[in-house]
Design a binder for this molecule. Structure first.
Ligand code: KE4
Length: 434
């Protein structure tokens, strides 16, 4: 039995946690099921590095699943949180940071004519779907195989992320009466979407899509795909929902909609806009968002929605990202590292497909281009497992699943790249032996 990745204290803590928490984790993908199921328990993070309870250090490419665009414990983010905490942790009443966040989001994403803050991406996507159904009076929602929009019932159909990792793309406990209103088509397949609209167009409330898919690994949209979805929704009177929970302020200032110039009717945000604390949002056209209570009949609420301490972490993160050259520098550094990783994989003669969108990236052990869930799921699992295990052992922390994206931060620099490439040289060779 190979040496477990996690040290003795992590293993003890995980065993104790499993006695009290389902699988010992508060989110399934953290259970490391595809890597033997013994995750390190993390004690702290600073910049691009995290340290587990056994003192093992790792360069972190999970970054709390995307939120930490400026790295762990950035002094300016911590200072902003401390300043706000000193005023109290929350009031369940309007506060100035919420207004500042709403105005910043609208400035970055003009399609957000009205925006509501919530506490998780799941809440954002669930609420956006409810508003779309209220605004259109229609029932059906369309998603893509392998895309993930959180764990609200309507979206647990052919879902990616932890559902794909655990081979549970659908979920127990979700009544078929709910999922009967959710249709799923292959990502990047405009013909399939067109055929679906031809058959159901008048009943479709929304087409919800990750503009860059990050929950089946990273899969970029084909040229014209998102533009085609926009035209289909316009033709059939459905709403186009961009789930930018992962891509928002990760791929560029604003999100992918600014990169390609396609304007959705509704957008979901999360992760980076909370800077590591629970902030998410949904918003869009005023005529649609005016359905939301207290303006309209569509109810959505939250005790901690817009919590000022959480919002202050997001604001501090976004203000750092707004600095001139932030995305260009971070993206260029990542592009350079991916180029070196590609060289190492080539020298190890193991076929790997790399992808990048701004400061998010991914890799598939696959000799064919990955364009959707079907091609992603044909990737070589044992090679991924050997590679990821070797990288963890060498102090590089990647997602414990082949169906997740990797992330980068402004704290990742030359030292982190050198450490990563040194680990990857041996890890690609380990994968090539399989
Ligand atoms: P949360 O409810 O986890 O905040 O957001 C759900 C969600 C919605 N939309 C997209 C595009 C997302 O990527 C997510 C959540 N992403 C996963 C990682 N792939 C969160 C990690 C986890 O489930 O533990």
């Amino acid at each position: 039995m190979p040496r477990p990745i996690a040290g003795p204290r992590s293993r003890r803590l995980h065993a104790a946690a499993a006695a009290r928490i389902p699988g010992g984790v508060n989110s399934p993908v953290r259970a490391w099921k595809r890597l033997g199921g013994n995750p390190p328990t993390i004690a702290s993070g600073k910049g691009a590095w995290i340290t587990d309870v056994d003192g093992h250090r790792y360069v972190d490419y999970v970054l709390s699943w995307g939120p930490l665009l400026v790295g762990h414990a950035h002094p300016k983010v911590l200072a902003a949180v401390k300043r706000q905490m000193a005023k109290g942790l929350g009031f369940g009443a309007p506060t100035e940071p919420e207004l500042e966040m709403a105005e910043l989001l609208h400035g970055a994403l003009p399609s957000l004519e009205l925006v509501r803050l919530v506490s998780s991406g799941t809440e954002a996507a669930m609420s956006a779907l409810r508003v779309a159904r209220a605004a259109t009076g229609r029932r059906l929602v369309v998603k893509c195989d392998g895309c993930y929009h959180g764990h609200a019932d309507p979206f647990l159909v052919a879902a990616g992320s932890g559902c794909a990792t655990l081979n549970t793309p659908d979920s127990a406990g979700v009544p078929s009466t709910i999922t009967a209103s959710t249709l799923s088509v292959p990502y990047n397949d405009l013909a399939a979407a067109t055929a679906l609209f031809a058959k159901h167009g008048k009943d479709i409330a929304a087409f919800c899509v990750e503009p860059v898919a990050g929950n089946m690994g990273l899969v970029l949209p084909k040229a014209g795909y998102l533009e085609g979805l926009r035209a289909l929704c316009d033709r059939h009177g459905a709403l186009l929902v961009f789930d930018e929970v992962m891509t928002g302020f990760r791929v560029a200032w604003g999100g992918w909609q600014r990169v390609i110039g396609v304007t959705p009717d509704l957008t979901c945000l999360g992760k980076v806009i909370g800077g590591g604390l629970p902030v998410a949002a949904y918003g869009g056209k005023r005529s649609v968002m005016e359905q939301v209570a207290p303006l309209g009949p569509c109810y959505q609420a939250g005790t901690l929605s817009g919590n000022p301490v959480a919002v202050s972490a997001g604001l501090a993160t976004l203000k750092l990202a707004q600095k001139r050259g932030f995305y260009e520098q971070a993206t260029d550094r990542l592009t350079a590292m991916i180029s070196d990783l590609r060289d190492l994989a080539d020298r190890a003669t193991v076929p790997v497909q790399f992808g990048q969108a701004g400061t998010m990236w991914g890799y598939f052990f696959n000799d064919a281009e990955v364009i959707d869930w079907t091609t992603a799921s044909r990737s070589h699992g044992p090679r991924w497992q050997a590679f990821a295990t070797a990288m963890y052992r060498a102090g590089v922390y990647l997602a414990p699943s082949p169906y997740e994206a990797a992330f980068w931060s402004s704290a990742h620099g030359a030292a982190e790249v050198a450490h990563t490439l040194k680990a990857a040289k041996a890890a690609f060779r380990a994968a090539a032996k399989i």
